[in-house]
Design a protein around this ligand. Structure first.
Ligand code: ADP
Ligand code: MG
Length: 405
């Protein structure tokens, strides 16, 4: 191993089979299956309390499984009889709260990850400074963490996680404590440096934008189960489940009744005000009630002379964002569509027509969709701070990371 990333690391393969984890009577992971390919970047996306941190801790080995089996590169690291300690699992972690040693300089924090390598302290330091250079802060090598900004501290933590060339990198919401303007920069650094290293990355977030930007594969988790594991484009255009659709960005929903097939795997649906062609992941029963979940990219304000695939409404709000206008449009029965984009501003109170592209008009059986919406509402209820802190706090782990407690 060179110690300086060359991309030569072969990323670990991680397999979770029927994983379960119960705290007292609270089952947090439920018969969870997940396969992460070598050198892929998998983002686990789910609401607060869905079990993301628990899953990551089970993979890291800082939490014991209640049931199931976990393998890394085909080797069983945890099941009902086996529990390999974290420092033998060849992984490193990046946490939300950086978890740096306050009494060590940036370079010493990074070099600490190399302490078990058979190289002298001068060489460890050289590699640490080189890695700090790669994350853009070599000039801060001799600073202590308290003198560094959040973004700089997270870069030190990233350098520490990458310097030892471990084949598996676990990231638990590493951007969530950073200011908005830094988030994008640090996100790009995590994406590029980890891919350069060749490591497999399992990265958790509750932020859909971050998830789509980073993932090779996106795993949507709810209630301790993976609902869908697929490339981000597939999750977006072919969500396996209404919960997945809700959690990955909608303008709104309509209720309608299936009229019949429209060709190409699509279906005609009658709503209270329009007849729309919708995409269904699974063919709906004829005449059944469905929810139509509308992706924002599929809606555009159009001329009212267009007769097909059009909804009518009144603009309730308009805001300028990223070079165009986002409209909130209220339809006849009070349903609202948000984030309806247009390059021209339509003022509040204006009557508008909105065309609907069938590819982002997603039909799900009404009952399943109502259940998903309820789950999402209860999942978004705030987690008590004490529990959140205990679940995501720093832990001591690994050859490349022993964080201060
Ligand atoms: P996420 O990271 O998706 O927000 P967590 O994995 O941290 O979710 O937590 C999922 C649920 O597991 C929490 O809502 C909480 O009820 C429970 N939990 C997590 N850690 C513990 C713990 N150490 N003891 C008891 N319950 C816990
Ligand atoms: Mg968490």
């Amino acid at each position: 191993m060179s110690g300086i990333s060359t991309g030569a690391v072969r990323g670990s393969v991680v397999e979770a089979v029927g994983l379960s984890k119960t705290y007292q009577h609270n089952s947090v992971l439920n018969d969870l299956d997940l396969v992460v390919e070598s050198s892929s970047f998998v983002v686990l996306l789910g609401p607060s309390g869905s079990g993301k941190t628990t899953l990551l801790r089970c993979i890291a080995g800082t939490e014991r499984l209640t049931g199931g089996e976990l393998r890394i590169d085909s080797q069983v690291v945890a099941n009902s009889r086996v529990h390999m300690p974290p420092d033998r699992r060849k992984l490193s972690m990046v946490f939300q709260d950086y978890a740096l040693w306050p009494h060590m300089t940036a370079a010493a924090n990074v070099a600490f990850a190399l302490r078990r390598l058979p190289v002298n302290s001068g060489e460890r330091r050289r590699r640490a400074v080189h890695m700090l250079d790669r994350v853009g802060i070599a000039e801060l090598s001799e600073q202590y963490p308290t003198r560094l900004s959040g973004g700089q501290q997270q870069r030190v933590a990233l350098a520490r996680a990458l310097v030892a060339d471990t084949p598996l990198l676990l990231c638990d919401e590493p951007l969530s404590n950073l200011d908005a303007h830094l988030r994008e920069q640090v996100r790009v650094e995590i994406a590029t440096l980890s891919r350069d290293s060749g490591a497999t990355v399992i990265y958790i977030t509750h932020d859909q934008e971050e998830a789509f930007a980073l993932a090779d594969q996106l795993a949507v988790i709810d209630g301790g189960r993976i609902l869908q594991l697929a490339p981000p484009e597939e999750v977006y255009w072919r969500p396996a489940d209404p919960f997945v659709a809700h959690f990955t960005g909608l303008s709104g929903r309509l209720v309608g009744q299936v009229l019949g097939p429209a060709g190409g795997g699509r279906f005609k649906v009658r709503t209270s005000t329009a007849e729309l062609v919708a995409t269904a992941i699974r063919p709906p029963e004829p005449q059944s009630s469905v929810s139509l979940l509308l992706r924002p990219d599929s809606l555009s304000i159009c001329s009212s002379h267009q007769v097909d695939q059009v909804l009518f409404g009144v603009v309730r709000d308009v805001s300028f964002r990223a070079g165009a206008y986002d409209h909130v449009v209220e339809m006849a029965e009070g349903q609202r569509l948000v984030g309806v984009r247009s390059t021209t501003r339509n003022s509040r109170g204006a009557n508008v027509a909105i065309s609907v592209d069938p590819s982002g008009c997603l039909a799900f059986p009404l009952e399943a969709e109502l259940g998903a919406e309820l789950r999402l509402k209860s999942a978004s209820a705030p987690v008590p701070p004490a529990l959140e802190a205990s679940a995501s706090g720093p832990v001591a782990i690994g050859p490349s990371l022993e964080a201060p407690l």
